[in-house]
Every structure is written in C-alpha cells, then in structure tokens.
Ligand binder design. Structure first.
Ligand SMILES: O=C[C@H](O)COP(=O)(O)O
Length: 238
C-alpha cells in the first residue's frame, strides 16, 4: 500500500533518490516511502530525462509515492517550463531549486505548473531562509526542503545547527508545507533528525556503494535505512 506522506505522518518518511527504474524497483521493494528521480551525476538537483522518469513512475508509481527533480533553472523564465515537463511524467511531487531573488509571480507560475505538487529546495550553504517559506506557501507550493548544494563531504549538520533545522521544520508546519531534510545524510542521522518531526528525510550517497552517490544503490544500506525508519515508528507507538 502506498504510504501516506501527509499531513503529518507518525514518523518521518524515507526518501531515496534513484537514477533509473531498476534502482526505483530496489528502493520500493526494500520499503522506501518516497522514490525520488534524480541524476546524481549532475549536481545536487540534476534532472533525469523525462522518459526515464516516466519509466520510474510506470515501474513503481502504483506502490510508492514518487517525486522527480526538475533541476536548478538559472533563469526565472525557464522555471515553470522545467516544472511542467517533470509534472507531466505523472510523479506525485516535483522538486525544484528556489532562491531568494525569484519573484512571487515566477514562484506562483511554477507552483501552478505542477498543480499543487511542487516542493521548493533551499540549499543549506545559503543559510536559514525562513522568510522564504511564507512566500512558497503563498505561491502554492506543497512543500519545502533543505539539501546541500555541494556534494563534497560536508553534510547538512555541518552547515546548519540543530536548532536551525528544528526552526525550518516548525516554520514549514506553520505555513502548511510538507518539510524535508537532506544533505549527505547517513543512517546514523535518522533518530537525531527525526526528533524535529520533518515530513521526510532524503538520502542518496549514504545508501550507495562506498557512500558515493554516483555509485549504484547498495541494497544492504537501503535495508538498514528502512529498518532505522521502521524502528522510529515502533518506538513512537510504544
Ligand atoms: O533529495 C535528497 C538527495 O538526493 C540527497 O542526496 P545526498 O544524500 O547524496 O546528499
């Protein structure tokens, strides 16, 4: 059965970024809650070709929630177009980079292009942009997440202190946004970050062979992550 990501799950959900339908099938079979289509060879928010994303949705979309990255458009004019192309693949959520200088009109057009399924990605390297969250909510975004832009070994917690992450999640909740945290996370981060009660925690590198996000997903690491998330649920239910 497809897990419910909203409005507030009893535990954070596990997002696993995948690069093709075979990895999507592995993540889904292992018990990931959200399968996220992304090109790990192309930076933090590399978009996959839409044909590959359609293949991922066809393979796992009936069994698990799906998302896809629409990239990091560097021109405001191309934002809504990138989002629309990815929304048209049938994914449940589209993720796109947002930055403070974007106009409200551009944000609104992007949200409309994804029919209320758009998640804005902010980068930890830019600091805590809490004021952006009200704008995303007003524009019609469904959620917001923090990720790291540079995949060079510095992790989410190296950029933002725990109280900042808690403030991000709480402010998302205030504005009715689904919240996500990511950035070179490992399974050891799960219980600490879960305490902030985000909607989901996102993983790629920490679940790949040798911890390198450009390598294939490692089934043993994916299973360990799934177990860590399930343990949270059991702890909360106890
Ligand atoms: O959306 C989440 C990202 O794919 C996380 O990637 P990462 O764990 O390699 O930083």
């Amino acid at each position: 059965m497809r897990p419910d990501l909203e409005p507030k799950p009893i535990r954070p959900r596990l997002l696993v970024s995948v690069r093709d339908a075979d990895e999507a099938a592995l993540a889904c079979a292992s018990g990931a809650d959200l399968v996220d289509a992304k090109d790990p060879e192309n930076g933090a928010l590399g978009a996959l070709p839409v044909e590959i994303v359609r293949g991922i949705v066809a393979r796992v979309g009936a069994r698990v929630a799906t998302s896809a990255v629409a990239g990091e458009p560097d021109e405001e004019a191309s934002l809504a177009g990138c989002v629309a192309a990815m929304a048209d693949t049938g994914v449940d959520y589209v993720k796109v980079a947002v930055w403070p200088g974007q106009s409200d009109a551009a944000l609104q057009a992007a949200a409309e292009a994804a029919s209320g399924r758009l998640i804005g990605v902010l980068f930890a390297e830019d600091g805590l942009a809490l004021d952006a969250l009200a704008r995303l909510s007003a524009a019609g975004f469904r959620g917001a997440m923090i990720d790291t832009r540079g995949k060079t070994g510095r992790r989410l917690g190296d950029w933002l202190a725990s109280d900042h992450l808690a403030a991000f999640v709480a402010t998302c909740r205030t504005h009715g946004l689904l919240s996500g945290l990511a950035g070179s996370l490992s399974v050891d981060d799960v219980s600490t970050l879960a305490a902030h009660e985000p909607g989901y925690l996102g993983f790629r590198g920490g679940l790949c062979r040798d911890g390198d996000r450009r390598n294939a997903l490692d089934p043993v690491r994916v299973s360990a992550a799934v177990e860590a998330f399930r343990a949270l649920g059991r702890r909360d239910a106890a």
